[in-house]
Write a protein that binds this ligand. Structure first.
Ligand SMILES: [Zn+2]
Length: 796
């Protein structure tokens, strides 16, 4: 449709003109739904501990807890027995009368809150593995046996266990600035991870009768006590991982003497636990250009057959970590490569059984170094002396300096051939990047995992995407690409990202995929790389070795970029709205010259553009009276209604005399005033990315900031003044905003392409099936093979 505007309007200011233009679009504006309302009323009030700019405040404090631990693993019974001394430094301004410890193993007790509060889901199609897990979980009565809690002087301390939490009542109140020491003795039964799942456990290898241990959440750990929650007293139900304090660890691990141990921290007694050859290789690996074997595949195979009757104690120390994990087995191959980065030196190391090769020796250590190199660019230099990737039963899980990663190739038991799928290859590289990346979030930027999953998983998955894209061309990242999140974004069974870990629906999409994609969009589309990278790095730098909350992240991102992002965080993190911006009407205005000769012909042309009414078409050629009697024709048959009169011309000439030269010039303006209407169907306000094609074939790219929606979040219009004619318009050409419906993004519209899938209907015939000859089973191993190689995919 074309309209003509009068000179009176043109005489007004440009700002007003655009308002008048869009009066149509604004007609049904809803004011209540203010997407740009600031978040201050939602975010916690800033304190002396956390500033309004998102930084640690001038009185920021956190506790320090140091551990001395002695433990032993019994390879015959898979029992772990331990004794620890905790030194609790109270840096808070508060006096503490008791101290809470996390007993995460108690989740596996028969009547744990976790087991009792697991709501059943309707079952129809279930894997063998998950039914076995259900049955065995129900049966398994794991958890800690706390055998002793004593004060420094050896006197017993009162303690109370509440499900996964242990309260120790101190002999005297612990004042601000003081520290207290106490001891805990315990034991528990390790579980078979492949059966019960979880983030730790052992794997049993039937073929060679060996165990591989991945041990985590294995000692009573001091719960986080901080300015926002006090004691983080949420029970461990299974998802919200943990919230702990930084501290120094001195850990002695006793295992069979033919085991190789990988652990958080630096080995203190290599002479006692490693052979001379192993120590020499370790030294060589420090400056090697590629991973060197400290234990080779052949040596690991030979090791598998030994059965030590003696034990060895591996001694590790780790500084400034929030947890400690380790792995132990006689099956381990061990490779390592030193990584010098600036003043920091890190030994990248991988531990894996022969079952992991050939993938593990090719990818693992390389992926560790790649992760540190990439993540450091966007955060801070990796500060720890070692970074480890272990292959075992756990699909993917992170601890300080050490990660557990599951993918393995497939073994053809008949031929001995090992192959792997494309999915397994990228899952292995991706999961190592992801888990090693967790050293940054949340192992160093120590967010409260028991409360928020997105603060570590979302931020980490975002950087995982960035690091993956730096691995090889077109790396098939599972999460991060905006188009990959659209199916989730329009799904109905959703909660906002800002939901406690345990209550999240569609866990992987909510806590990993959506925040990672949101950050990617923030970086690429909303803020630009320069502003985003600076602000994101600022957040990492501010909060490394400290404990941030969501508000600290939101505030820092704005504080360091001078971009108001409240609308973005409000929409993406506090609602389940999605992006669906569509094109509405496109209006073309030109200036009314007021010259009757010009204007009447313009009106005539417009009239001629209108379609001919059906009767007029059918009447064409019919007899009409004036054919026979032309004398009936007169002035009005010669001059149509679009005829300029002298009266009009006189009026025009008189008017022109009253106008200033610049006003006259405007009346001659030949520009096209395009008014483009946009509809926000999804609810999320986002920048509108436009590609405009002109009649001469040229394309103009422009981005309208999200603030275009600030007065009406449902409809917006944009005025484009162009000499050229527009022939096509596209919104979000590169699919960068996660627009869930791109079919309304094109003018002219495009067909929606799809395929019919043809299939044959199988005729049901019970008699035929009954009469079929019964096959005698020949090969029993076939089905077992298939189950044994089932791809695991733990989200951790
Ligand atoms: Zn993760």
């Amino acid at each position: 449709m074309k309209y003509s505007i009068t000179a009176a309007i043109i005489g007004l200011s440009v700002a007003l003109v655009s308002n008048l233009f869009s009066s149509d679009a604004l007609a049904k504006s809803t004011i209540a739904d203010d997407k740009f309302r600031q978040l201050e009323e939602v975010l916690p009030t800033p304190t002396i501990y956390r500033t309004a700019s998102g930084a640690p405040g001038h009185k920021y404090w956190q506790q320090q807890v140091n551990y001395e631990i002695n433990i032993k693993i019994d390879d015959k019974t898979q029992q772990l027995t331990g004794y620890e001394t905790l030194n609790y430094q109270n840096n808070s301004p508060d006096t503490l009368r008791y101290i809470w410890l996390q007993l995460d193993q108690n989740k596996l007790k028969r009547n744990s809150d976790s087991k009792l509060s697991t709501a059943a889901k309707a079952l129809k199609k279930v894997t063998y593995k998950s039914v076995r897990k259900m049955i065995e979980t129900d049966k398994f009565d794991g958890g800690y046996h706390i055998t002793k809690v004593t004060a420094r002087n050896g006197k017993p301390l009162q303690f109370t266990i509440n499900d996964t939490m242990l309260r120790i009542d101190l002999a005297k109140p612990l004042k601000s600035g003081d520290d207290v020491e106490f001891n805990v003795a315990w034991n528990y039964q390790l579980h078979e991870q492949k059966v019960l799942g979880g983030r730790s456990g052992y794997e049993y290898f039937k073929e060679d009768d060996n165990y591989l241990y991945e041990v985590a959440s294995w000692f009573p750990r001091a719960v986080a006590y901080y300015d926002v929650t006090g004691w983080q007293n949420k029970q461990f139900l299974g998802r919200g991982e943990f919230a702990l304090e930084f501290g120094d660890y001195d850990v002695k691990i006793t295992v069979p003497s033919d085991h190789i141990v990988a652990a958080t921290g630096v080995l203190q007694n290599p002479k006692k636990v490693l052979t001379k050859t192993q120590r020499k290789r370790y030294e060589q690996a420090k400056t090697a250009k590629k991973p060197l074997h400290i234990v080779t595949a052949e040596e690991a195979l030979a090791n598998e057959k030994s059965r030590a009757t003696t034990s060895k104690t591996w001694h590790f120390k780790a500084e400034n970590v929030r947890d400690f994990a380790f792995a132990s087995s006689r099956k381990f191959i061990w490779d390592a490569q030193g990584y010098q980065h600036g003043d920091n030196f890190t030994m990248a190391m991988s531990f894996y059984p022969n079952e992991g090769n050939p993938m593990w020796e090719q990818y693992s250590t390389e992926a560790i170094i790649h992760t540190m190199e990439q993540y450091s660019k966007y955060t801070f230099a990796y500060p720890y002396p070692v970074s480890i990737s272990v292959n075992g039963p756990v699909g993917g899980m992170e601890y300080p300096m050490i990660t557990f990663n599951g993918p393995r190739p497939t073994l053809n038991k008949k031929t001995g051939e090992k192959t792997y799928s494309r999915k397994t290859k990228y899952f292995l590289i991706g999961v190592i990047i992801h888990e090693v990346g967790h050293n940054y979030f949340p192992m160093i930027v120590n967010s409260d995992e028991r409360q928020w999953t997105w603060m570590d998983e979302g931020l980490n998955t975002f950087l995982q995407y960035v690091a993956e894209q730096a691995w090889e061309d077109d790396y098939p990242s599972r999460r991060g690409d905006a188009a990959n999140i659209t199916a989730y974004m329009k799904s109905s069974n959703q909660v906002p990202i800002m939901t406690n870990s345990e209550s999240i629906l569609q866990f992987g999409n909510n806590a990993y995929g959506k925040p990672a994609t949101a950050l990617n969009i923030l970086r690429e589309t909303v803020m630009g790389r320069e502003l985003f990278d600076f602000a994101f790095k600022e957040y990492a730098q501010r909060w490394k070795f400290k404990r941030p909350t969501p508000a600290d992240f939101f505030r820092t991102m704005e504080d360091a970029s001078a971009v108001d992002l409240d609308w973005f965080f409000r929409g993406w993190f506090y609602t389940t709205d999605h992006v669906d911006i569509g094109l509405g009407n496109i209006h073309l205005y030109t200036v009314d010259s007021q010259n009757p000769d010009t204007e009447e012909s313009w009106l005539r042309a417009l009239e001629n553009e209108k379609p001919t009414f059906i009767s007029d078409i059918l009447n064409k050629g019919n007899w009409i009276r004036t054919h026979d009697k032309p004398e009936l024709l007169d002035f009005y048959n010669e001059h149509d209604q679009f005829t300029a009169t002298n009266a009009a011309r006189n009026k025009y000439n008189a008017n022109m005399k009253k106008l200033q030269p610049w006003q006259k010039e405007l009346l001659l303006n030949q520009s096209n005033f395009y008014l483009i209407d946009f509809n926000n169907i999804g609810g999320l306000v986002m920048p509108i990315i436009l590609d405009i094609t002109y009649a001469d074939g040229s394309i103009e790219h422009m981005k309208l900031p999200a603030e275009i929606w600030r007065q009406n979040s449902k409809k917006a219009s944009k005025l484009l003044i162009r000499d050229k004619e527009i022939t096509a318009i596209t919104i979000d050409k590169n699919w960068e905003t996660a627009d869930v419906n791109v079919n309304n993004n094109y003018w002219p519209a495009r067909p929606i392409k799809s395929r019919f899938n043809l299939y044959k209907r199988k005729k049901e015939d019970m008699m035929r099936d009954y009469n079929k000859k019964l096959k005698v089973e020949k090969d029993k191993t076939k089905q077992q093979d298939k189950e044994g190689t089932e791809q695991q995919n733990t989200d951790s």
